[in-house]
Write a protein that binds this ligand. Sequence first.
Ligand SMILES: Cc1cc2nc3c(=O)[nH]c(=O)nc-3n(C[C@H](O)[C@H](O)[C@H](O)COP(=O)(O)O)c2cc1C
Length: 482
Amino acid sequence: MSPFVNAKLVMSCSLAPCHIQDAKKGLEEQLNTMLMKYCDPVEGVLLAFNSVQLLNPYGHIINETPYIHIRVAADALVFRPQTGMELSAVVCKVGSNHIGLLLNGVFNVSIASDEMPEGYAHSYSDDAWVNEDGATIALESEVTFQVLRVHVAHGVISIDGSMRLVGKSSKKRKTIESTIVASPVKEKKSKKSKKIEVEAVEEEPTPKKAKKAKKSKDIENGSAKKSKRTPTHSPAGIPSTGPTYATLKMTKANVFRALAQQRHSINRFLPKAIDKNVVADILATTQRSPTSFNMQPYACVLIDDAKERQEVSTAMLGGNVNVVQNAPLVAVFAADLEPSKRVPAVEHMYREAGANPTYIQQLGAKLRMFGGEGHLAGGIRALISTAVSPLRPVPTYVPVSSWAYKQTMIAATTFMYAAESHEVGTHLMEGFDETRLRHILNIPDRYSIPVVIACGYHTNEAPVHGRSPRLPLKEFWMHLVY
Ligand SMILES: Cc1cc2nc3c(=O)[nH]c(=O)nc-3n(C[C@H](O)[C@H](O)[C@H](O)COP(=O)(O)O)c2cc1C
């Protein structure tokens, strides 16, 4: 079975007034922007199209909008890999926990270490996976794998595969593919008509075949009992307001890996405000971040007003100026350098929660021991730490700014992933003038600002310089050998 299929797109396009003289050219331009991206209605990556036809000689103008809405059809060539297919690809990355493949020189495939063929082990010295007979899987090797899962995010498709299962029936390891609902928050449905609505029609399906095909797809997607399938992706260029990862088995590991692996800093944002409910959910998740003694020594200032962002941008450095001006939401994370002032509130919180009174009573003293507050006391404690440490373990002295930054950055990181889970992209920034920023936002001297986070919906553009690289795993995984 080939992953390349012919399908028919039937679309409702919105033709801009500038294309009235040559409607076909305008429609083709719209279709061109969808090429090489995942297109939900054809359930695959749109590789090519031809024979664009108007289905109706007349279009519609809706309300006061200048667009003409026309139904069109086109023949499409689609890349649609499916679970269980056996495909070949070339190794482009060798690691100890996975290998990366390129399928047809374009599509990414990942084979996790436990999906490598039996008998193979990773060899750092050979930079390859090697078996007892000396056979190797190295860069440029062409290998066959079986498709386990297909991930889609922001129009980009990636495949998890197994080389262990090659030649074995996929039924032996049945995975229930399900649609992941990214958020419990209901977003308001926009009344505005979307620019391109796309629906796919398989070529000449007989009614019986179509019914059967639909049923088997529903089973694959774990939604056999549901009468309607929730759309999981938007056509390229239109941000999805609903579920994100189409065919991912819903485990915590899969969800988090997808978030962390696909996240990247973004510089461009759609000019679209982030729904208030979404922001509230991001903040609620952020607040669940762990902090030392649960002191929660940070504050978050949100700026969505364009004028205020403009003002904030005057405190930013270099390229960060534009980022702040264009992001519909900017979050400023401030670390509390006087955390002892929080103790009464935290004690009260614990009392309300019915915590052990002795624990509550000791909170202040514990914070003094770890929180590093007070310059003079800090200096003395640093001396004591150094002197006593050889005799018995003592809390390491760290200045209060390090202590408070540590807590605040954990919250900022949670914020970043919570945003990403709503398809809200982020860019963390430290390039700013803190004094100016504090002044503009009226943030008291008691706080210091470790990071500013620009947030907004993805434009679906790939990162300008591609996915940012990382050092080899062994560079940061020390195994206590330096
Ligand atoms: C604490 C922190 C501060 C950063 N400050 C800036 C900044 O001022 N300007 C900028 O363009 N990127 C900044 N970045 C983004 C990093 O350059 C980026 O995260 C890194 O290159 C990895 O790329 P990725 O986020 O796309 O994976 C910062 C990131 C972090 C975590």
